[in-house]
Design a protein around this ligand. Structure first.
Ligand code: SF4
Ligand code: SF4
Length: 133
């Protein structure tokens, strides 16, 4: 998730792509009907799971990450990235900074992301004359 008023911090980070094992159900890979993750960039873990190369057994750097972490990065398969990458956000649904994100950002020397400002209060209801109740 990114906030409309907040620049995307991921483009100058990439820490999560170098910190976690990225594993997912094998049929997300494109050698299965309907799959989308390039299979050549994955490796099998067992009968059911695959991982992005470079993230297993010890996460070093996902093979799909380009650029320099902490400076300028991008995911070379962004539209085809697997489920765990889609689900890992810098902010939680309630607007708090994701603590796992901030933990791995700290590992590469980046500052913690702030919690997002709470949404502005809804305007007061108005009566039929348009005058505040
Ligand atoms: S660690 Fe957080 S800020 Fe960095 S790329 Fe991942 S989600 Fe984005
Ligand atoms: S597939 Fe893309 S978003 Fe997912 S870990 Fe690799 S580089 Fe990061």
């Amino acid at each position: 998730m990114t906030h409309p008023d907040t620049p995307n911090p991921c483009v100058s980070c990439g820490a999560c792509c170098c910190s976690f094992r990225v594993s997912f159900y094998w049929a997300e890979a494109d050698d299965a009907p309907g799959g989308h993750v390039p299979a050549a960039l994955t490796e099998p873990l067992n009968l059911h799971l695959r991982a992005m190369r470079g993230t297993h057994p010890h996460p070093v750097r996902c093979i799909a990450l380009t650029g320099r972490t902490g400076e300028s990065v991008s995911c070379s398969i962004y539209p085809q990235r697997p489920g765990p990458c889609r689900e890992f956000d810098a902010w939680l649904p309630d607007g708090r900074a994701n603590p796992d994100c901030n933990r791995v950002r700290a590992r590469i020397g980046l500052p913690a992301l702030p919690d997002l400002a709470p949404a502005a209060e809804a305007p007061q209801e108005t009566d039929y004359n348009g005058i505040g109740a």
